[in-house]
Design a protein around this ligand. Structure first.
Ligand SMILES: Nc1ncnc2c1ncn2[C@@H]1O[C@H](COP(=O)(O)OP(=O)(O)O)[C@@H](O)[C@H]1O
Ligand SMILES: [Mg+2]
Length: 209
């Protein structure tokens, strides 16, 4: 299904790019074409997220070492975080038990939370991303904490909704936390958020088995 949308989008994008390179293109059309490209990019982003979401296989449950998975996930984004001058603080609890989970899906959860934290700290200082694990009553916990812009109280109940985004088109799709929520629920865990406007946000994930 996603392919049927992505293919025409790719073709349209390629044609627009060719037109943009046309020497005889009148100056006054250029911003219009740039806007069309931006919208194509946006539609592509959303379709890609939908694909990841809808193609989700039945969870493949195994015993996951949360610390190893976090470090693997961090390795994927370390470069981006460094570019944004974000300091990463790992507070890993000793002797943390493994959790029964689908490691690909859990990696997706961590990636989404880290990517949101990164966006939230774009305009603020200091920029610190803390990943803190713990063994709590219900199971293994992970707090993803940032020193970013925070979330207004009036938006807290909406952030897990599909397509809720406060970001510019092209930057945000509003799919990240909806996917996070659905993955966490399907694996029998929970996720909570607490935030202070202008100070930062913490997402607390807990795997309950
Ligand atoms: N760490 C965070 N700090 C501040 N706001 C956040 C954070 N994480 C999520 N949000 C808010 O929740 C919204 C939805 O997030 P998400 O579902 O990942 O979509 P997207 O990142 O595409 O906007 C964001 O647009 C933002 O307003
Ligand atoms: Mg996001």
């Amino acid at each position: 299904m996603a392919h049927e949308i992505l293919n025409p989008l790719n073709i349209i994008g390629a044609i627009i790019q060719l037109l943009q390179m046309e020497e005889e293109m009148p100056e006054r059309f250029k911003p219009r074409f740039a806007e069309v490209m931006e919208q194509i990019r946006r539609a592509t982003n959303i379709t890609n997220s939908l694909r990841i979401f809808s193609c989700r296989h039945q969870p493949e449950i195994s015993e996951v070492d949360i610390h190893a998975l976090l470090d693997n996930t961090l390795a994927l984004v370390r470069h981006d975080l460094e570019l944004d001058n974000i300091r990463v603080v790992r507070k890993f609890a000793p002797d943390l038990p493994t959790v029964a989970a689908d490691s690909d899906q859990l990696a997706q959860v961590f990636l989404n939370l880290i990517s949101n934290a990164r966006d939230a700290m774009r305009q603020s200082e200091p920029r610190r991303l803390t990943l803190a694990t713990s063994l709590v009553e219900q199971g293994v916990g992970l707090a993803v904490r940032d020193t970013g812009c925070g979330i207004p109280a009036s938006e807290l109940s909406k952030i897990f909704d599909f397509f809720f985004t406060t970001k510019d088109p092209g930057r945000g799709t509003g799919m990240g936390l909806a996917i996070v929520h659905s993955i966490v629920e399907s694996q029998g865990g929970f996720i909570e958020v607490s935030s202070r406007l202008g100070a930062g946000t913490e997402f607390f994930y807990c795997s309950t088995q």
